[in-house]
Design a protein. Structure first.
Lengths: 297, 265
């Protein structure tokens, strides 16, 4: 199983981040004019006065115990603050994936079924546009039209379902585009398979052959891709949360960067990266369930 | 769509090269009295929060975007080819170690790693290029490794080895050239990706710093004036979307042309 070495690699990368700070990290955090006593105190608090190996060991053992240190800004444990933001980010990620699936599946199916027609070209162009439009542009554009001009939806914040719509759409658009292309490609492949021809030969309607037979099997790679794209969704959430003042982990990360609260930065990044690895593992397992031909040793 | 992509990219390159000459105004000259004015006959894209002509800044921004894309893609593809070719060609322990390193880096969301690195190194154009190159090579390495695994069994490669050609010569003259079509496709799509990543970092305030005109930075400042001056947001964003779309169209077309089996997928 590759998950453990990967998790260790991720943890090591996150640990080494603070050591990448040019010069003295404690001095960089407090600023050039900070008194030496304060710098020394911070260095001690962060454990930077200990040998590197000892720091690494302490970091890993803290990680296992769920202790990522204290926020430099609030003085509270990093873990509790990150955990408090999980529901908001989870809600946004789930909603954006829902939006992506609702848009992508019909679009991909239509493009495959009517291959080579205007519908196909239109769907492909739309999908490429979806990948190309940055969410930090789409978000403000949607806000200009639906929040400012039409006044239908709130421009920022979290609370009601209406607050969720614009962030979810702007985050889900690129994913929808990628999934639509994948759905089209895999469905086209399945439609050529003998079992689909056989279903048609037995008198199944075209719609039934597509939806009951081919589409079901084409879902396997689509689900895999959805899992693999989870990382992109989480990274995109950092930007989307910043645009819409959505109180999730991404916004906490960007705010913490601004305050040079490095333990918090490490905590946020570690959380996002570990979630990503876990979802990838889960995707592999679901893949096995969806397609019994795949078995894991 | 390939032609459209090529046309968009050509126009962007032209804008980057002759932009400062044809731009109606200097990209940093300010007309404070006209700040935040919307599009007009004189200022087609309007003016920003400091009264600078947005069209001129969008033209100047093309230079930054293309430069970042080009440098990041050049560094990451070169490094990726070297690592991927070594892993695929030598196999065994070398492949084992390099592949594990690739797997670990692949397991990390790339842009997040770039955000983290720029956060600690400090925001600057150099650090953005450094961070994006550091995460960018992994994709090329994995691609090239797969290609090299196949190429090293090809007859002409084995013939070169049998004729006594040295390992570097076999790699450089015979094996690596077989990977170049796939690398070209990835690099074209990678240009779009790098431009988007730079704009994302700059949008978050972690990339190119003002007053250098970067599309992402312009969007970041435009956000503050979303209510009273949406044109600050519309035009730089449109430029990013069109250029990235251009590279995606071009990359897609190249893939179809270089790998007919993939065409129409």
């Amino acid at each position: 199983m590759l998950t453990l070495p990967v998790l260790l690699g991720v943890a090591t990368l996150v640990f080494s981040l603070i050591h990448l700070i040019p010069g003295d990290p404690a001095q960089a955090i407090l600023g050039e004019t900070a008194p030496q006593a304060d710098v020394d105190e911070l260095r001690r608090r962060l454990g930077l006065d200990r040998p590197l190996v000892e720091q690494y060991g302490a970091f890993l053992s803290g990680l296992v115990r769920g202790d990522l240190g204290m926020s430099l800004r609030t003085g509270e444990p990093v873990v509790s603050q990150v955990v408090a933001r999980v529901p908001a980010t989870a809600e946004l990620a789930a909603a954006s994936m829902f939006v992506a699936l609702v848009v992508a599946l019909p679009l991909g199916i239509a493009a495959a079924v009517w291959r080579g027609t205007v519908i196909d070209t239109g769907a492909t162009a739309l999908a490429l546009a979806g990948v190309s439009i940055p969410n930090f542009w789409l978000g403000p554009l949607l806000a200009i039209v639906f929040a400012i001009q039409l006044g239908w939806l709130p421009v920022s914040g979290r609370g009601t379902l209406a607050h969720l719509v614009l962030p979810a759409v702007s985050l889900g658009a690129a994913l929808a585009a990628i999934l639509a292309r994948m759905t089209r490609a895999t469905l086209l492949e399945e439609l050529r398979e003998p079992y689909v021809q056989a279903a048609r030969g037995r008198g199944a309607s075209r719609t039934r052959a597509v939806l009951r037979h081919a589409f079901r099997n084409s879902l396997v790679p689509v689900v895999t891709l959805l899992g693999l794209q989870f990382g992109a969704v989480l990274t995109g959430a950092v930007i989307t949360e910043t645009i819409f003042a959505w109180p999730g982990i991404g916004r906490l990360l960007i705010q913490s960067i601004g305050f040079r609260d490095y333990p918090m930065v490490q905590g946020c990044i570690l959380f996002i990266a570990v979630t990503y690895v876990a979802v990838n593992l889960l995707t592999d397992l679901v893949y096995g369930v969806l397609d019994p031909r795949i078995r894991y040793e | 769509m390939t032609r459209l992509g090529g046309f968009i990219v050509a126009v962007a390159v032209l804008a980057a090269v002759i932009g400062p000459v044809v731009a109606p105004f200097d990209s940093s000259s300010q007309e404070l009295a006209l700040r935040l004015d919307g599009p007009s006959l004189q200022h087609w894209f309007g003016l920003d929060e400091l009264g600078r002509d947005i069209l001129s800044r969008v033209l100047a921004g093309a230079r930054i975007s293309l430069l970042v894309g080009l440098v990041v893609v050049s560094i990451s593809s070169t490094a990726g080819i070297a690592v991927g070719a070594a892993a695929g060609y030598f196999g065994g322990r070398v492949d084992e170690i390099l592949s594990r390193a690739i797997d670990i880096l692949m397991a990390f969301p790339g842009l997040l790693l770039a955000i983290a690195m720029v956060a600690v190194l400090g925001p600057s154009l150099f650090n953005v290029v450094f961070a994006l190159s550091l995460i960018g090579w992994v994709g090329y390495a994995r691609l090239v490794r797969g290609q090299v695994l196949r190429a090293r069994e090809l007859e002409f490669v084995q013939a070169a080895r049998a004729l006594g050609a040295s390992t570097p010569r076999v790699l450089v003259r015979h094996v690596i050239p077989t990977t170049l079509p796939a690398v070209t496709v990835q690099a074209t799509l990678g240009m779009g990706g790098a431009i988007l990543a730079e704009a994302s970092l700059s949008f978050l305030g972690l990339g190119v710093q003002p007053p250098t005109p970067s599309w992402g930075t312009m969007l970041n400042y435009g956000r503050i004036h979303l209510l009273d001056a949406p044109h600050l947001t519309i035009f730089p964003g449109l430029a990013i979307a069109i250029l990235v779309l251009g590279f995606n169209f071009l990359g897609d077309g190249l893939r179809d042309a270089l790998d007919p089996k993939e065409a129409g997928r």
